[in-house]
Design a protein around this ligand. Structure first.
Ligand code: NDP
Length: 285
């Protein structure tokens, strides 16, 4: 049976590391690391995510500045808020919770965030820097996947990594991070022919699709490491892209859903905020 990769535990370690650093910064420099969390509208799922992110900040000694705006907020007002946050030295990271209400241009908003405060790593400049292997801030979910592999000592260099999914927020940056770490990377998506023959080649299989249990045991090479990013609500339960019960009998290591990549995404946001603070103050990472 596979090793179960415990994202909750790794996330707790990362939070502990961030908390120690923020305490040290407070003591040595008298400063507090700050994250602005902007929520537009009243999407219930987004409200939950924002609440959790603020709670995470509190736990690690990062000050969160919450901005809850009505869905009817004019674009100029939202952009003006981002300009103010960009200029505020107490704000080291800016997070705009997605999705924005219908009719709002997400790209326009995300592109307005100062590159050095873009703790979600979605700004085109940070995406470009990632592709040049020069990124300071990179997307939290893919960064969390890499962190899990590293902390479980899974060798990435030279491994064949297959990423299923090519979105801008998960699949593509994940593939780029794996290339940067010298994996041989294949990216599969909805137009891929004979997906199973592709996934069976993976030493490391990473699924970021959003289709419950689509990765079945026959699609996994014996001994492969499987990272499941997918989250789909099935009834009142959260379900991954991977048929966990069957695949854990084939894989050498596997992340569960929940308790795998999810907690890592939240932890990496905190780590990115700390990284942003240090970069802004010219401190070593
Ligand atoms: P998107 O819907 O943006 O992308 C899904 C990708 O899967 C697309 O590239 C799509 O291909 C591909 N795909 C769809 N159907 C198939 C198929 N049958 N075979 C192969 N590939 C397929 O989703 P996201 O990248 O935003 O998210 C992916 C999943 O990860 C979701 O379940 C999401 O909830 C979850 N997620 C979890 C996070 C966490 O913290 N745990 C954070 C972010 C996301 P194509 O491009 O051709 O359409």
């Amino acid at each position: 049976m596979a090793t179960i990769i415990d994202g909750k535990q790794v996330a707790a370690s990362i939070k502990g590391e961030v908390a120690r650093e923020t305490a040290r910064i407070k003591e040595e420099r008298g400063e507090t690391v700050g994250l602005a969390v902007v929520l537009v509208g009243a999407d219930p799922a987004s409200q939950v995510y924002v609440r959790l992110k603020k709670k995470d900040c509190e736990e690690v000694g990062i000050t969160s500045f919450g901005y809850d705006l009505p869905a009817t907020t004019p674009m100029e007002e939202l952009l003006a808020l981002i300009d103010r946050l960009n200029a505020d030295p107490a704000v080291n990271g800016i997070l705009v919770q997605l999705p924005l209400p219908k009719g709002m241009d997400e790209d326009l908003v995300l592109d307005r965030i100062a590159v050095e405060k873009d703790v979600d790593g979605f700004h085109p400049a940070n995406v470009g820097l990632l592709s040049q292997k020069k990124a300071t801030l990179a997307a939290c979910t893919p960064a969390g996947c890499i962190e899990l592999l590293d902390r479980y000592h899974v060798p990435i260099e030279g491994a064949h990594a297959v990423v299923v999914g090519r979105s801008n927020i998960v699949g593509k940056p994940l593939a780029m991070m794996l290339i940067n770490r010298s994996a041989t990377v294949t990216v599969a998506h909805s137009r891929t022919r004979d997906l199973a023959s592709v996934t069976r080649q993976a030493d490391i299989l990473l699924a970021a699709v959003g289709k419950a249990k689509m990765i079945t045991a026959d699609m996994v090479k014996p001994g492969a490491v499987v990272i499941d990013v997918g989250t789909t609500k099935v009834g009142d339960k959260l379900c991954g892209d991977v048929d966990f019960d069957a695949v854990k009998e084939v894989a050498s290591a596997i992340t569960p859903v929940p308790g795998g990549v999810g907690p890592m995404t939240r932890a990496m946001l905190l780590a990115n905020t700390l990284t942003a603070y240090k970069a802004q103050r010219g401190l070593p990472r």
